[in-house]
Design a protein around this ligand. Structure first.
Ligand code: SAM
Ligand code: SF4
Length: 437
C-alpha cells in the first residue's frame, strides 16, 4: 500500500518523441491534481520515461529505479514508462520489486487510473497498443515553450534490421489532420513561436489523402506561429511535394534531418534501408535546388555487422559529399530480437570505437565549415533560454544553430541578428540596430 501521491517528477530519456510524451504525462498528472517538482527534488511519484534504442537500456532503467531509494529506506511510487516498459512488460515487476506501475508509450493516458490502483496496493501493467488513439484522452495543451514539440505520427513499418522501434512503438499510425491543427493552434495560443512536428517517420504522415506537405501548409496559416520544423524523416518518404514546400512555405525552416546510417550500399542493403547512397544524394540535391541554404543533418551507425574498413570509408566520403551542418553518430548496438543481432561478423568494440572517433572528427569538420559559411549573415534568432553569462541569451537560427547573444529580451522573442562568428558547436550573434538593447 502506498499513500496517494501529491507530487511527481518525470525523467525522460532518448528521443524528442519521449520528451513530448513526458510533457503530455506531466499535463495529465497536473490535471488530476498532482504538482510537478523540479528535477532532482524529492517527489511522491517518479515516472521514468525510458528509451530502448541502444544497449543496456533495460539494465540502465533498473539501476535508475534502484537509485530512487531514499536514505531512510523509503521510496517514491515508481512508474516505468516508455519503450523499456513496452519491451519488458510484466517482467519488469519481477526484476524490480520497487516498480509499482509499468506503462507503455501507447497507454500512458491511463496513468492516473494506474496510480490509483498502485495506491491500493496493485502493481498494474499496461502495454496495450490500442487502436483508439491515446491522444483523444489527453488534456488540451495549455503550456508551451517557444519551440514546442507536436507528435503527428508514431510507430514504424520499415523494419531496419538493427532497430527496435517497430517492436516498441508498433505499426505506423498518423494522427488525424484536424487534431494536429487544433493542437498546433493551442500551442501557438500558449506562446509557442515554433512547432516541431515529430514522428519516427514523420514524412510518412498521411491522413485522408493529405501528406506532410499539406499539413505544413495548413499549420503555416496559424497566426502567431513563425517557424515550422519536422523530424525524423526517412529518405524513402522524402516526396517531391515536401521538397517543394521548402522553397515555398516561408515559415518552414531551411533544415532537414535525414538519416543515411551508412555510406556503403552493401551495408544499407543489409540494414534493410530502402535507399542507396545515390538516391539519398539525389534527394539532397533536389532539396538544395528547392532551398539553396538548407542545412542537412543526419544519423550514422558505425560497426554494423559485416562493416569493413572499405564500407566505413564510404561513410566518411558521404559526410564530405553532403557537407552536414550537424549529425548524430552511434556505435551499432545489437538489440535482442532484431535480425542484425544474430548476423555473423559482428564488429569488435575497439574497431567500432576507432570508427566512431574518426567519423565524429569528420562530421565536426563539415559542421564547422557550415557554421563558418553562415558567419556574417543577417537573420532571425528565436530566443529559447538564458545563457551562463549575465545578460547572455541562447536562441536558434533558422538552420538550428545555437546562437549566443547579449540581449534583454526574454525566451520567445524573435530578434533580428547578425551572426558575427562561428564556433564548432554554436554561433555568436549581435542584435541588429532596431532590436539593440
Ligand atoms: N526513423 C529514423 C530513421 O529511419 O532514420 C530514426 C529513428 S531512430 C529512433 C534514431 C537513430 O537511432 C537512428 O537513425 C539510428 O542511427 C540510431 N539507432 C537505431 N537503432 C540503433 C542500434 N541498434 N544501434 C545503434 N544506433 C541505432
Ligand atoms: Fe528504426 Fe528504421 Fe523505423 Fe527509423 S525507419 S524507426 S531506423 S526501423
Amino acid at each position: 500500500m502506498q499513500s496517494t501521491p501529491r507530487t511527481f517528477r518525470i525523467k525522460s530519456f532518448g528521443c524528442q518523441m519521449n520528451v513530448y510524451d513526458g510533457e503530455r504525462i506531466s499535463e495529465l498528472l497536473t490535471d488530476t491534481g498532482l504538482a510537478a517538482v523540479a528535477d532532482g527534488e524529492d517527489a511522491d511519484l517518479v515516472v521514468l520515461n525510458t528509451c530502448h534504442i541502444r544497449e543496456k537500456a533495460a539494465e540502465k532503467a533498473y539501476s535508475d529505479v534502484g537509485r530512487l531509494k531514499r536514505e531512510d529506506g523509503s521510496r517514491p511510487m515508481i512508474a516505468l514508462a516508455g519503450c523499456v516498459a513496452q519491451a519488458e512488460g510484466a517482467e519488469a515487476k519481477r526484476r524490480s520489486p520497487m516498480i509499482d506501475i509499468v506503462v507503455g508509450p501507447q497507454a500512458y493516458h491511463r496513468l492516473p487510473k494506474m496510480v490509483a490502483q498502485a495506491t491500493r496496493g496493485d502493481r498494474p501493467v499496461d502495454t496495450d497498443m490500442p487502436a483508439i488513439s491515446k491522444f483523444d484522452a489527453l488534456p488540451a495543451r495549455r503550456r508551451a515553450a517557444p519551440s514546442a514539440f507536436l507528435t503527428v505520427q508514431e510507430g514504424c513499418d520499415k523494419f531496419c534490421t538493427y532497430c527496435v522501434v517497430p517492436y516498441t512503438r508498433g505499426a505506423e499510425i498518423s494522427r488525424p489532420r484536424a487534431d494536429i491543427v487544433a493542437e498546433a493552434r493551442a500551442l501557438a495560443d500558449a506562446g509557442a513561436k515554433e512547432i516541431v512536428l515529430l514522428g519516427q517517420n514523420v514524412n510518412a504522415w498521411e491522413h485522408e489523402g493529405h501528406d506532410l506537405a499539406d499539413l505544413i501548409r495548413e499549420i503555416a496559416r496559424i497566426d502567431g506561429l513563425e517557424r515550422i520544423r519536422y523530424t525524423t524523416s526517412h529518405p524513402a518518404d522524402m516526396s517531391d511535394p515536401l521538397i517543394a514546400a521548402h522553397g515555398e512555405v516561408e515559415k518552414l525552416m531551411p533544415y532537414l534531418h535525414l538519416p543515411v546510417q551508412s555510406g556503403s550500399n552493401r551495408i544499407l542493403k543489409a540494414m534493410n534501408r530502402s535507399h542507396t547512397t545515390e538516391t539519398y544524394l539525389r534527394t539532397i540535391e533536389k532539396m538544395r535546388a528547392a532551398r539553396p541554404d538548407v542545412a542537412i543533418s543526419g544519423d550514422f551507425i558505425v560497426g554494423f555487422p559485416g562493416e569493413t574498413e572499405e564500407d566505413f570509408e564510404a561513410t566518411l566520403r558521404i559526410v564530405d559529399a553532403v557537407g552536414y551542418a550537424a549529425a548524430y553518430s552511434f556505435k551499432y548496438s545489437a538489440r535482442p530480437g532484431t535480425p542484425a543481432a544474430i548476423m555473423e561478423d559482428q564488429v569488435a568494440p575497439d574497431i567500432m570505437d576507432d570508427r566512431l572517433q574518426r567519423l565524429q572528427a569528420r562530421i565536426a569538420r563539415t559542421q564547422l565549415a557550415f557554421n563558418r559559411s553562415t558567419a556574417g549573415r543577417e537573420t532571425q534568432v528565436l530566443i529559447e533560454r538564458r545563457g551562463r553569462r549575465p545578460g547572455q541569451m541562447i536562441g536558434r537560427s533558422p538552420w538550428l544553430q545555437s546562437v549566443h547573444l547579449q540581449t534583454g529580451s526574454e525566451p520567445g522573442a524573435m530578434l533580428d541578428v547578425t551572426l558575427t562568428s562561428a564556433g564548432p558547436n554554436s554561433m555568436t550573434g549581435a542584435l541588429r540596430q532596431k532590436d539593440a538593447a
